[in-house]
Ligand binder design. Structure first.
Ligand SMILES: [Zn+2]
Length: 356
């Protein structure tokens, strides 16, 4: 009898140890979020309209909704109405910082270099030299392309490890902060490369206005963004890295309203997927409202908010739960790009939620 009790005690110690280990592992490999960490928008961040419609939301253990995707009924802009704020993301970058001067993914940087070679080819008819700012420069492989061709380059990169790499290994003047915190010196830029950044920023209108102020009078911005029709499928509901999904019509309208002329527009092959992104070469117009231009490279002829909403069901691994809003529920955040590190297809429908 005594032996049985002892054995039972031994087993329960083992079980508790294992449970504690699992708990520790989850804590170490997950990113906590509370209500205080959230940025909540009530109006469209592009046009200010309050006529918005929720497409999907993600909750933590069916309590805190920490991420939502909404669409503006007026300008058809898709955006995160609820998402962790910038301070939360900065803290996560610090959490994963290794403090080592090495490139996280060499092949991504090589792809970046090739992409920037293409940018140079497209842009040299507008700018052949001068001061250049590369916004969101990653590890600087793209910035180097322009330096090698005679530009005086600077990089803006908010992730500390990456910024240190550009500064120390590439020997490029680097500003390690977010766009809204950066104050350029008195001088302004001839060319700003702003590729695959706008969709990551909370305030796209304010960010473009800021960049306009940093340009010389005849300066040029190379803006490249993914377009909703090409990038959205069911997984976008869980993709925290992107704050916005633009359609071509609303981004063209926005740059015109901010006083930019579109000098050129291009379709640029994506690094990782078999589709193209939209590139606009824009320049401030000296007198008032610029022209929107009628060319559309990526939008369909006709569409409405329902057509865009339908994109969120493409490839859904389970039958869509009933209800207007597509609801997901997760036990924790284990990846701050895709919410979950594990297979996102590994889910079931329960009580109206797609649950992990
Ligand atoms: Zn809007």
């Amino acid at each position: 009898m005594k032996d049985a009790v002892r054995e039972h005690e031994r087993l329960s110690v083992c079980v508790n140890k294992t449970l504690a280990q699992i708990k520790l592992e989850i804590e170490n490999n997950s990113y906590p979020v509370t209500e205080a960490d959230l940025l909540i928008l009530s109006d469209c961040p592009l046009c200010g309209s309050d006529k918005t419609l929720r497409i999907s939301e993600v909750s933590l253990n069916k309590s805190l909704v920490f991420f939502s995707t909404d669409i503006c009924q007026d300008c058809l802009h898709i955006y995160r109405a609820i998402s962790p704020n910038e301070a939360w993301f900065v803290a996560r970058w610090d959490q994963i910082s290794t403090g080592t001067l090495s490139v996280y993914n060499e092949s991504l940087e090589e792809k970046r270099r090739v992409r920037y070679e293409l940018y140079y080819g497209l842009l040299h008819k507008h700018k052949r030299s001068g001061r250049l700012l590369d916004v969101g420069a990653a590890y600087g492989a793209g910035t180097r392309v322009f330096r090698e061709r005679g530009f005086q380059v600077e990089a803006l990169e908010p992730e500390r490890d990456r910024a240190e790499y550009i500064r120390k290994i590439c020997d490029i003047e680097t500003h390690s902060c977010t766009l809204d915190k950066f104050k350029p010196n008195d001088e302004t830029y001839d060319l700003i490369v702003f590729a695959h950044c706008l969709e990551h920023l909370n305030d796209p209108v304010g960010s473009l206005k800021t960049l306009k102020n940093w340009l010389k009078k005849d300066g040029v911005i190379y803006l490249e963004i993914p377009i909703a029709w090409k990038v959205i499928d069911w997984q976008d509901s869980l993709f925290m890295a992107h704050k916005h999904n633009f359609v071509e019509k609303n981004i063209r309208k926005l740059v015109a309203e901010l006083g930019f002329n579109v000098l050129d527009s291009y379709l640029i092959p994506d690094n990782d997927a078999p589709f193209c992104n939209l590139a606009l070469v824009i320049q401030p117009k000296s007198d008032g409202l610029a022209t929107i231009g009628s060319d559309r490279l990526l939008d369909p002829e006709q569409y409405d908010s329902q057509d865009l909403k339908c994109l969120y069901e493409i490839g859904l691994p389970v039958a869509r739960p009933a209800g207007e809003v597509l609801k997901f529920d997760v036990p924790h955040i284990t990846n701050f790009y895709h919410i979950l590190k594990s297979d996102r297809r590994n889910c079931i429908v329960r009580d109206g939620f797609i649950t992990y």
